[in-house]
Design a binder for this molecule. Structure first.
Ligand SMILES: C[C@H]1O[C@@H](Oc2ccc([N+](=O)[O-])cc2)[C@H](O)[C@@H](O)[C@H]1O
Length: 462
């Protein structure tokens, strides 16, 4: 799908960058594992590309070179006692499935189950942590320019179907997740003994003021942004969040629809989905300030999730801001998000599967802003653990600079710099890699630590 986007719609991506070669982990995976060893890390989260192993999307046509690549990577990780954590869907759909409607087509639940079976069969003897989906919200919300995952449409048509398709995608995606989860539980877990969860993007939504109106606005935003996906799986009652469902049903009726634009789950589906995860993967980057009155969508004529929630976001003052636009360093951000999720969803097992800081392409390896971000975030992690929250792991985003969707190579999240002008895609550690290594290996954030040199070595035993 991303080959289609980058080659047919080059203006969608900054500087018309494409992902044909990207960081070239296909050829550089041994160096990638070496970088993990240099930092003495014990886990690597990466995704399997559905089109790379099933080019048509269907299980009758397996690409042996794709399977071999992931086998090589997994074996290289295990050789050095690094645990692979594998995501099945990180936003790249086989083009045929895109054309058949992608996540708007209810058959996606079967297609995804068939794909999941191939992944479990081929890699589950060695991979013990599977994540079905990365960030359902970003897959489903078309008005977000990053999302292109709903098939049979090119972005000129998005506005016309926004009223229905966000919610249709939410329902189909959550069902697809549950089908893959039970497939694993039924056919693979008894012999392979691993775990299967889902990763949801959970920014913290803070009320702009402490008025009840802003409190409600923040809660509605939480329900619309992550509750739509988390509530059916992790809440005690199951199904979509109640207040939001009622609001969408009421709005739909006012707008002349004969049924709610949010397709509710049947009672059977609700029961099937509830509890369908061994862990809750959290991608957390930032905090937004939510208002019931400021910066709302004025007279928005098009029904949509944004219009259904109908709240505004207020620019924070005094928080450091990253070059990517949506990312700030807010006090206590990760701790606030995890504390809320822990209470709301009955203390599940958590993994923080992404957390990191972006900068405009940097040649200066002295990435002070990223260092500050990781120091603050990892202090939050220690607070979360002190609170007794069942957080089992933390993964930085990202090991290295990479193709950052519609930003192309203009936004860099890496602990390692990648030279995208160099055919070898040489990787070089930034200052943040040294600081990160120091923190995670000492389990202590020393605000004064400075690397003695910018040369990485592998510590004995790694
Ligand atoms: C930088 C990484 O971001 C992840 O996606 C998002 C998107 C939006 C937010 N947000 O808070 O608004 C957070 C994370 C994505 O999973 C990864 O691929 C990178 O793009």
């Amino acid at each position: 799908m991303w080959d289609r986007i980058t080659h047919l719609h080059p203006s969608f991506v900054q500087n018309s960058h494409n992902a044909d070669i990207a960081a070239d982990s296909y050829h550089n995976y041994k160096r990638d594992v070496e970088m993990l060893r240099e930092m003495s890390l014990d886990t690597y989260r990466f995704s399997i590309s559905w089109p790379r192993i099933l080019p048509t999307g269907m299980p009758n046509d397996i690409n042996p070179a794709g399977i071999a690549y992931y086998n090589n990577l997994i074996n290289e990780l295990l050789k050095y006692n690094i645990t692979p954590m594998v995501t099945l869907y990180h936003w790249d759909l086989p083009i045929k499935l895109f054309e058949l409607g992608g996540f708007a087509n209810p058959l996606i639940t079967d297609w995804f189950e068939d794909y999941a079976r191939i992944v479990f069969q081929n890699f589950g003897d060695r991979v013990k942590h599977f994540i079905t989906f990365n960030e359902p919200r970003e897959v489903c919300v078309l008005s977000d320019v990053m999302s292109m995952s709903i098939g049979a449409i090119e972005h000129s048509k998005l506005d016309e179907i926004n009223d229905i398709v966000n919610y249709l995608c939410a329902k189909n995606l959550v069902l697809a997740h549950a089908k893959a989860y039970y497939l694993y539980e039924r056919e693979f877990k008894p012999t392979q003994g691993g775990q299967c969860g889902i990763t949801i993007s959970v920014p913290w939504f803070e009320p702009h003021t402490d008025t009840p109106e802003d409190e409600l606005a923040a809660e509605l935003k939480r329900q619309g942004e992550w509750g739509l996906y988390a509530h059916p799986i992790f809440s005690s009652e199951g199904g979509f969040p109640k207040e939001l469902s009622e609001r969408i049903a009421k709005k739909s009726a006012e707008q002349g629809y004969t049924r709610s634009r949010l397709p509710e789950f049947t009672e059977e589906e609700k029961a099937f989905i509830k509890g369908s995860a061994d862990f809750f993967g959290v991608n957390h980057y930032t905090t937004y300030l939510v208002s019931a009155s400021v910066n709302k969508l004025d007279n928005n004529p098009i029904p949509s999730l944004a219009d259904d929630i109908d709240v505004g976001l207020v620019d924070p003052e005094g928080w450091p801001q990253s070059d990517i636009g949506w990312l700030t360093l807010a006090p206590n951000s990760l701790h606030n998000a995890l504390t809320h999720l822990n209470t709301k969803y009955n203390s599940p097992v958590f993994y923080i599967t992404e957390n990191g800081w972006s900068s405009f392409p940097e040649t200066d390896l002295n990435d002070v802003d990223r260092v500050n971000y990781y120091r603050a975030s990892l202090e939050n992690v220690l607070d979360i653990l002190d609170d007794g929250i069942n957080l089992k792991g933390y993964m930085a985003w990202s090991l290295m600079d990479n193709f950052e969707w519609m930003h192309g190579y203009t936004q860099c999240f890496g602990l390692y710099h990648v030279d995208f002008q160099d055919p070898a895609r040489t990787r070089t550690p930034k200052k943040s890699a040294f600081v990160y290594k120091h923190i995670v290996n000492n389990r202590y954030v020393d605000p004064t630590y400075q690397p003695e040199s910018m040369t990485m070595t592998i510590d004995p035993g790694h």
